[in-house]
Write a protein that binds this ligand. Structure first.
Ligand SMILES: Nc1nc2c(ncn2[C@@H]2O[C@H](COP(=O)(O)O)[C@@H](O)[C@H]2O)c(=O)[nH]1
Ligand SMILES: [Zn+2]
Length: 888
């Protein structure tokens, strides 16, 4: 296959991992070195590098790019061109995707090679492969410096570590080849990011370089907070020491004190032949140890910005003339490199700490989300994390007593002692310990202000008498209020005694503040969870009780099941003129069964007879005993639907699923109606309006109630439907019940009228069918207006009774004036209101239906007859009114 070079390159660009793999498997050291040279890196140390020159000038030059980028160990962003000058243009990034791919691949490659450990335990190739694997875990991260830093912090990338040559080797080098020695000691510190190890290396190298008997290194701390102090990282390391001393307690020199303090403050070099004679010399340690200091060379260490970051002090070089000018020059040169190294290590150290803190805070957030069930668990977890991050002896949380008139301010106390203090847990001293700081905690609770006591021995608010208990000595206290989401103080959190003996600083304060906030949130979440769990349990019990009372006893089901069904003709349920009051409760049940059977629904949907009986009885039971919106109304609506389905054309356009949904919808469409309308739900902010919102509030409830009944034991009418039919019927059922909201009908009817006016007779598209089904529901729902006058008069009385009941509630409970049709004081206007009802809603609907299908004619006839009755009644009322007014 003849692949063009550009295609190969393009493929390699888009597959950096494969390219790396190939490179790792096939590249030999010569190739690697060529690559390193070409990219401005040092060669691998085992192979003499052509660009590495042992002259000091060249050495300095090689490292000078470290000054430009802040990290001497990362010559990532600089390139050395052939002439030895840095060519920044070669480093400019292009925005093209290709270049970005190049850059990404390059940055990956660089990091792979920078993981090389010449003398590491694993083989070079193995080590590289592992590094590659580690890098791949981060392949989703763009190669930003932040990501690289976090990989560094997580030790995902190992920086090259040149093995420190032993001190004898260095001494030998110093004697034989001073420049090579210098190169060695610079290299020694160039890639060290650990402050302790770096300090130890500097001290050992200075000691060797100056032939000094003892060398100390002090670093400036607390500069940002304006509380500078010099802290010895490595103190008095003997020149002959070959191992890094373990960390003993740091020695702290107050700012400006002694020769060290003077050098740090002034930046001057102090070179003394007889240190003891200098008044600034503090020989406290000499007095204790008997060590005699004679010659002394003390010099500031500066970073790349020329700021003093520390002080190096060398003692006793055992030369008559003391430390020479040459020594001073050499030390100054070396300390230039050291300053940069220290600065970088300090930045790295600060980032690592920040990273640890952020990770700990993230872990707390994680705890908050995973553990919300118990206050105790959440608080203990947060406190454990606070204690381990702040590294303190005690961490306590004191929760406020809700009955604040009790003697103690706190009723719940969580206390964590540092696990191993003097070999045992401090928990036994808990009460005494808490007593010591009780005044502080109470004060914070009272004022809501943080208290940070840096020297407890001087603070009168500490109960020192209680400290007599063995093992307690309060040095410092940081105490903060804990608040709930309403910002009310619910307790206080306190930490006592930093393990390192220092007082809590601003950083601790900030960190502890976050923990106090998390504690408040955690407690709040748990309390909310407890409340919700309690409410859910209460609701479950209520549901159990309700469902028991809403279900039908088996005897009733069997009674209906076993009763012989009457003849359909006998019940007259197939007529538009059906009398809504002609059947008693049992007959209505039987008539319902007959309708299901007659429509073929029981057979088609394999509805078991007993299930149908139980479902019907349950539906009936779930109607309330209100004047109009009761079971009888539901039955009557269903009867009209049955009649339409039997006599009108629309039956021919409906599927079995639609017929089933419409029949079930009629019986369920007003389930659990409370005798008040949607507007009332909204005006009274009822639970229903809160649950379902303000659109079709009741209708949503009726539908949900229907589903609840279908889901309760032995009443699943749709139990034998396939899943597709089941979801379709459920969807149709919902549409049909929601359609009984009159305001939805008003929005929809114009479409229906337009369809009918256009002469459309067949409705087989989805939208038209939905419109027709919805209109059919309203047609049945308000069909009482089309019934024989005696039926209409009786039904309208029931409607009006309910209206007036609602009106009374509005007047007396909500203090609002009801609508005219609901105002009992305007009952003489009923005929007028019924005429408005007929003309506004009913007449347009039934006229249109007749236009569509003449089978609806009996309904329109009944309506028109009732209209003339209401008209007559209204006329009578008007004439009575006129007589009353005129007296004629
Ligand atoms: N003024 C009248 N309004 C009536 C009458 N019959 C019914 N209605 C109204 O229609 C809705 C129907 O919806 P529903 O699902 O609640 O039954 C009903 O609420 C009444 O507002 C009537 O004779 N006069
Ligand atoms: Zn209704």
């Amino acid at each position: 296959m003849d692949l063009a070079q550009s295609s190969v390159e393009e493929w390699l660009d888009s597959h950096p991992d494969d390219m790396q793999d190939y490179f790792l498997r096939h590249a030999d050291v010569t190739l690697v070195n060529k690559w390193l040279v070409a990219h401005g890196f040092n060669q691998l140390p085992d192979f003499p590098a052509p660009i590495r020159n042992s002259s000091l000038t060249n050495l300095r030059y090689t490292y000078s790019f470290s000054n430009e980028s802040s990290n001497p160990s990362s010559p990532v962003d600089t390139r050395c061109n052939d002439s030895g000058f840095f060519d920044s243009s070669r480093h400019q990034r292009s925005n093209s995707k290709k270049h970005l791919r190049h850059d990404y691949a390059r940055s990956k490659k660089r990091n792979i090679f920078r993981t090389y450990e010449p003398n590491g335990g694993e083989s070079t190739l193995e080590s590289r492969r592992n590094s590659l694997k580690e890098m791949r875990q981060f392949r989703s991260l763009p190669p930003t410096s932040v990501n690289l830093l976090s990989m560094l912090i997580q030790s995902k990338v190992r920086l090259p570590r040149y093995p420190s040559k032993d001190i004898d080797h260095k001494r030998e080098l110093k004697e034989t080849n001073e420049k090579e020695f210098f190169l060695e000691i610079v290299k020694d510190i160039s890639n060290e990011l650990d402050l302790k190890s770096l300090s130890a290396k500097i001290v050992a190298n200075v000691s060797c370089m100056l032939d000094a008997d003892k060398v100390s290194l002090y670093l400036i701390e607390g500069k940002a907070a304006g509380k500078q102090v010099l802290v010895s990282k490595i103190f008095d390391l003997h020149a002959g020491t070959s191992i890094f001393p373990s960390c003993t307690g740091d020695i702290r020199v107050p700012w400006g004190q002694g020769i060290i303090g003077h050098v740090a403050e002034t930046g001057e070099t102090v070179n003394l032949k007889d240190a003891m004679k200098d008044p600034r010399y503090n020989d406290e340690l000499g007095k204790i140890t008997g060590y005699q200091t004679e010659t002394l060379l003390c010099m500031p260490i500066r970073n790349a910005d020329n700021e003093i970051v520390g002080v190096a002090q060398a003692l006793n070089n055992n030369k008559e003339e003391g430390f020479t000018q040459e020594d001073e020059k050499m030390l100054a040169t070396y300390l230039t490199f050291c300053g940069i190294g220290i600065h970088n290590a300090q930045i790295f150290d600060a980032y690592s700490k920040e990273y640890d803190r952020n990770r700990a805070l993230l872990e707390v957030v994680h705890d908050l989300f995973t553990e919300q069930t118990s206050v105790d668990h959440v608080v203990l977890k947060i406190m454990q994390r606070a204690q381990s991050l702040l590294k303190c002896e005690r961490c306590s949380l004191l929760l406020k007593d809700k009955e604040s008139n009790s003697e103690n301010a706190f009723d719940k106390i969580f206390d964590l002692a540092y696990p191993m203090k003097n070999g045992h847990s401090g928990n036994s001293d808990r009460d005494s310990s808490l007593r010591v700081t009780s005044k502080i905690a109470e004060l914070v609770l009272l004022t809501g202000e943080t208290i940070n006591i840096t020297d407890a021995s001087q603070d009168p608010r500490i109960e020192h008498e209680d400290e007599t208990v063995k093992g307690i000595r309060t040095r410092s206290v940081l105490c903060k209020p804990v608040r709930n989401r309403h910002f009310q103080i619910i307790g206080v959190a306190q930490v006592i005694n930093r393990i390192d003996g220092l007082p809590f600083d601003d950083h601790d304060d900030l960190l502890f503040e976050a923990f106090a906030i998390f504690c408040g949130l955690g407690i709040n979440n748990c309390q909310l969870y407890e409340q919700v769990s309690l409410a859910a349990a209460r609701q479950a019990v209520a549901l159990e009780v309700l469902s028991y009372h809403a279900s039908v006893p088996q005897e009733e089901v069997l009674k209906l099941k076993e009763k012989k069904l009457p003849d359909i003709q006998e019940l007259k349920i197939m007529e538009f003129t059906f009398n809504d009051f002609s059947l008693d409760n049992d007959q209505m049940m039987q008539a319902s069964v007959i309708m299901f059977n007659d429509l073929g629904l029981s057979k088609k949907f394999r509805i078991e007879y007993e299930t149908l009986c139980r479902w019907l009885l349950t539906v009936r039971k779930n109607y309330r005993n209100v004047a109009y919106h009761n079971w009888r109304h539901a039955f009557n609506v269903c009867q009209v639907m049955f009649t339409i389905l039997k006599h009108c054309q629309c039956k021919n356009y409906l599927t079995d699923n639609e017929t089933l949904a419409l029949t079930v919808a009629c019986l369920c469409h007003d389930l659990d109606h409370r005798g008040t309308n949607n507007a009332f739900q909204q005006k009274s902010s009822s639970a229903l309006s809160q649950l379902y919102g303000t659109s079709a509030t009741l209708e949503h409830h009726h539908f949900n109630h229907a589903i609840m009944i279908l889901n309760s034991g032995g009443t699943n009418l749709f139990g034998n439907l396939g899943s597709e039919d089941f979801s379709e019927v459920t969807k149709l059922l919902k549409q049909a019940i929601l359609a009984t909201d009159l305001s939805l009908h008003i929005q929809l009817r114009s479409k229906f009228f337009a369809m009918v006016d256009s002469g459309q007779k067949v409705f087989d598209d989805r939208e038209s069918k939905e419109i027709v089904r919805s209109v059919m529901m309203t047609t049945c729902d308000i069909a009482a207006i089309t019934k024989p006058w005696e039926v209409q008069r009786k039904v309208s009385e029931l409607v009006i009774t309910e209206f007036f009941d609602q009106g009374d509630k509005e007047k007396h409970e909500l203090n609002i004036q009801p609508q005219a049709c609901m105002d009992r004081d305007r009952q003489d206007e009923i005929a007028k209101l019924q005429l408005a009802w007929i003309d506004g809603i009913c007449l347009p609907l039934y006229k249109s239906l007749v236009q569509l299908d003449s089978a609806f004619q009996p309904m329109l006839d009944g309506l028109l007859d009732n209209r003339s009755r209401w008209e007559r009644l209204d006329a009578e009322r008007l004439s009575k009114h006129a007589i009353l007014e005129t007296g004629v």
